[in-house]
Design a protein around this ligand. Structure first.
Ligand code: 48F
Length: 251
């Protein structure tokens, strides 16, 4: 027999179980766009305990709307490996450009990250960081609904060994660290130049403060790099690179 209160109990119990299991983890990823999801996938696959926090209801960030709501995106040839790793299809347009269905890309990356073992928490906004002895040691989180409604409610914390800022154009975590430590300067994202941006974002994907790594468009905000519009190879490769850097760091 179906019981309403059993449904409630099952959800509350299982959510709390997942939350408490991930209260202390290896890597916290902030932002569930392409770069955050790819890094979550590779890190979880390597056996790290990974939590990803996304402030919105849906993950996928800037993927869903493709270019100007035409729900297709372009991925260049050197990033096809990542699509192959997660089993996402693509169509050749010319030797450099491949076209990917935005819906398949977003849903495929989300599914792959979950199946690899990453714990995903949507509707949670990362509003601050924990820093001890000049090293990031965790995140300060609250429900997005609390932030939206301006309620006076204190946040809570999760601890981790490394944080990945995958918050896209906002570079939210880097902005917080810059403001509160004065040990990080953000140059601000620059104009559109797709070819230069795609290469530079991957090259500059790095640890920007002890324990804080940056991936995706946040890299452009930190290093003053150009933007690229609806081509996603750089996001995928940056996500994969940050997973390699975190792996090297955590051993
Ligand atoms: O913007 P987003 O997709 O970042 P990305 O992985 O990819 C950028 C591309 O989508 C596109 C582009 C390149 O082709 O120019 O824009 O760098 O995803 C960032 C996610 O982070 C969430 C936000 O809602 C989005 O889903 N986010 C931002 N700030 C916070 C956050 C925060 N403080 N706490 C939790 N999530």
């Amino acid at each position: 027999m179906i019981e309403e209160t059993t449904i409630t109990r099952a959800i509350a119990e299982k959510y709390m179980e997942k939350f408490l299991e991930n209260l202390e983890c290896d890597v916290c990823i902030v932002g569930g766009g392409p770069s955050g999801l790819v890094s979550a996938y590779y890190l979880a696959k390597r056996g790290f305990k990974v939590s990803l926090f996304e402030k919105k209801l849906s993950l996928g960030g800037g993927i869903w709307g493709g270019g100007m709501m035409f729900n297709k995106v372009v991925v260049q040839n050197n990033a096809l490996e990542v699509l192959n790793d997660v089993g996402i299809g693509y169509e050749k347009y010319d030797d450099t450009h491949y076209v990917v269905d935005a819906i398949e890309l977003a849903s495929g990356l989300i599914y792959s990250a979950v199946k690899a073992g990453a714990a995903i928490f949507n509707l949670i906004n990362v509003e601050d960081v924990m820093i001890k002895e000049d090293r990031i040691t965790g995140l300060v989180i609250n429900w997005t609904a609390v932030e939206m409604s301006g309620l006076h409610i204190d946040p809570m914390t999760v601890a981790c060994k490394a944080v990945v800022d995958a918050t896209g154009h906002d570079a939210s975590v880097c902005h917080i660290v810059a403001r509160k430590t004065e040990k990080l300067n953000l140059a601000g994202e620059k104009y559109m130049w797709a070819e230069k941006a795609e290469k530079a974002i991957v090259e500059h994907t790095s640890e920007v403060y002890p324990g804080l790594f940056v991936t995706g468009m946040s890299v452009a905000a930190v290093y003053g790099l150009p933007r690229m519009g609806p081509i996603f190879g750089g996001m995928l490769l940056s996500g994969r690179k940050v997973a390699e850097l975190v792996t090297e760091k955590l051993g």
